[in-house]
Design a protein around this ligand. Structure first.
Ligand code: XBP
Ligand code: MG
Length: 254
């Protein structure tokens, strides 16, 4: 049996609850700036999350929800401009501390670093948004903790396609069986599973009712020594929070 060598993290929804109070708010501010009366409510945004990637999400919304909108000649540029403004607003929100890490994330990363576990990120979100979140929650050097931060347009096919995970494996020169992934969504789990990676899912408000069959373990969060997780699917023996011992157990016990 191979030894667990690397942990690969999704960001949005997994490391932090970025969507409702971060990305969604930033999209709305960018729309207002552009003089658009579009408003992505909490529930509408839940539907729009079906489309991964900020630019892709704006395009989908335009086509599906604003059929009468007179599209500019250069639609790609229009969307790119909106998305750039959105990124600025998102970074402001992160800098204000509006988006804390989820329970257990900092502790697990700290332990992984102490034990020499290799780390990577595989996300659909744009790179500047990821580094801003890391820097403001974990410190200015934290992006360097991750051997690879595979983000945004680094691969053309975003999650649920497996490409971003395959990219990470290629760059790190690892096989799927060397790794354990942390995800929060059906799309994320499909991406990691199609890359043959074992996955722990920590659900959130937007993803709690999704189908996670195929996940190694489904939890409400990673937990802390004084705040145990709830197990929604899978087996953990006596553990009450995710640490490296449990990660090794989940990886080996197949
Ligand atoms: C994350 C996303 C992203 C963010 C917005 O998915 O879907 O689109 O909502 O990101 P995952 P950008 O967690 O599965 O990677 O606006 O930065 O593209
Ligand atoms: Mg996610």
């Amino acid at each position: 049996m191979t030894k667990l060598q690397a942990l690969i993290f999704d960001v949005d929804g997994t490391m932090a609850d970025t969507e409702r109070d971060g990305h969604r708010v930033a999209f709305n501010r960018a729309f207002a700036d552009a003089g658009l009366d579009w408003d992505w409510s909490v529930s509408l945004y839940g539907e729009l999350l079906d489309v991964a990637g900020g630019k892709e999400r704006i395009r989908f919304y335009l086509n599906q929800y604003q059929p009468d909108f007179k599209q500019p000649a250069d639609l790609d540029q229009f969307i790119a401009d909106l998305h750039r403004t959105k990124t600025k607003y998102y970074q402001n929100l992160v800098a204000e501390g509006a988006i804390p890490l989820r329970l257990g994330v900092k502790r697990l990363l700290k332990e992984a670093r102490e034990q020499g576990m290799r780390l990577a990120i595989a996300t659909t979100a744009a790179l500047p948004n990821v580094t801003a979140l890391l820097e403001h929650t974990l410190g200015s050097d934290s992006p360097s903790w991750f051997e690879v931060i595979a983000a945004g347009d680094i691969v053309p096919a975003k999650k649920p396609a497996p490409d971003v995970y395959q990219y990470v494996l290629r760059v790190m020169n690892l096989e799927p069986q060397d790794c354990l992934v942390f995800e929060d969504s059906y799309h994320g789990l499909r991406a990691s599973s199609q890359a043959n990676l074992k996955t722990v899912v920590t659900v959130n408000e937007y993803t709690q009712n999704q189908d996670f069959s195929g996940a190694r373990l489904v939890l409400n969060h990673l937990g802390e020594p004084n705040q145990p997780f709830s197990v929604l699917a899978g087996k953990v023996e006596n553990a009450s929070y995710v640490d490296l011992a449990l990660a090794h157990h989940l990886h080996g016990n197949f």
